[in-house]
Design a protein around this ligand. Structure first.
Ligand code: SF4
Length: 368
């Protein structure tokens, strides 16, 4: 399986059935939390997933590390189908236990994920006992103290003796990070892992993530609603930003390209909405036809962004764009990337409030 990506998602779908209440006997509504996402994550890779609340970024992150079973498509770890390994189907070359150890998570709320009745020492020794059972008790203690020191929790003996409630939010998040790293993982999902921290602590925590990512050669999938934080982390790590909209990955590419030369109209909206990223822009209104987000149980036909997209034309209502290469390592799902697509001869989409420009269609300039 050499040459395989660390984790490979191919056409992944996660659809949830949503009950409509006790008195409703009709068909349950289906939420397409993730729809047809393909993504490769390599060794030492950093991918920051961004998008509005409910866009499916957390569900995609959890599917990537095998915490969420997809309803369609496949998730492979070093070429091994994660769910075949879990279910014992076919020739399993990598056991599920090893996959579980290799793919870890740190949550938004570290307090909720740390056992309140255990001291930090016990919390951190548990993964060593499980995954390195030949390690002596003394070596375990030394390893835990050394890791606490590496994340700046000194004196480590003091912190090792505390309970989670005796730690600040930032310290709890560091313990959660150490616990994940003690599994010697290949990939860590940081799910809004800095959102609950004070603004002053966020950069500190991101710097720590970057330092440890380099030291431990660990890949990271960083889920965030904040494009500015995603940029900081992905840019410093030489990684990518992936933009999600209504369950689809609409643009992914190197962090600075996504920030400085976004191609997808939705990425431009996210950039507009992040004040420290659109300095110099004097556009007072967001570049959307409407701020209303469509119902995820009934997403728009064709391109899902067409109801809000200021560039939408009739073709966007009828057809769904596939991701295409906009540049090296940069993919975009928008017809405007295809010079010969019928989009260019299609009339602008009629708009209820007539906010769409009636100008005749034009070809994109090279700079677009
Ligand atoms: Fe907008 Fe059409 Fe591109 Fe979708 S395909 S983002 S509606 S221009």
């Amino acid at each position: 399986m050499s040459g395989e990506p660390l984790v490979s998602l191919d056409g992944v779908e996660v659809h949830f059935e949503e009950s409509q209440g006790l008195l409703d006997f009709g068909e349950p509504e289906v939420v397409r939390a993730v729809d047809g996402v393909s993504l490769d994550i390599e060794e030492n890779d950093v991918v920051a997933l961004v998008g509005e609340s409910g866009c499916g970024k957390t569900t995609l992150g959890k599917t990537t590390i095998g915490l969420q079973r997809p309803t369609g498509g496949s998730v492979r770890y070093r070429g091994q189908d994660v769910w075949d390994a879990k279910d014992g189907r076919g020739d399993v070359e990598i056991p599920h236990d090893e996959i579980r150890r290799s793919l870890q998570i740190i949550h938004q709320d570290p307090g909720g994920s740390l056992n309140p009745n255990r001291r930090v020492r016990k919390i951190l020794e548990a993964p060593l006992k499980r995954w390195q059972s030949d390690m002596s008790a003394g070596d375990r203690r030394r390893e835990v103290r050394s890791m606490l020191e590496r994340v700046g929790m000194t004196p480590p003996a003091d912190y090792a003796g505390r309970y989670p409630h005796q730690l600040s939010g930032g310290e709890q998040q560091r313990v959660a990070l150490v616990r994940a790293l003690l599994m010697d993982p290949d990939l860590i999902l940081a799910d809004e892992a800095i959102s609950a921290l004070d603004v002053s602590l966020r950069v500190e925590m991101m710097d720590l993530l970057l330092e440890l990512q380099a030291q431990f050669d660990t890949s990271f999938v960083f889920v965030s609603h904040d494009l500015s934080n995603a940029r900081y982390l992905a840019s410093h790590a030489g990684g990518r930003i992936g933009v999600m909209y209504l369950g689809e990955l609409v643009e992914i590419g190197p962090a600075e390209r996504i920030i400085n030369d976004p191609k997808h109209p939705y990425t431009k909206v996210l950039r507009w909405a992040t004040p420290d990223l659109h300095a110099g822009s004097d556009a007072p209104e967001p570049p959307v036809r409407t701020i209303d987000i469509p119902d995820p149980t009934d997403p728009p036909s064709g391109c899902r962004f067409h109801t809000r997209c200021p560039e939408a034309r009739e073709a966007c209502r009828r057809h769904s764009p596939e991701p295409v290469d906009a540049a090296a390592d940069h993919e975009v799902a928008c017809f405007r990337e295809l010079d010969d697509h019928e989009y260019w001869s299609s009339p602008p989409l009629a708009d209820e409030d007539e906010s769409v420009d009636d100008a005749p269609p034009s070809q994109p300039s090279p700079a677009e």
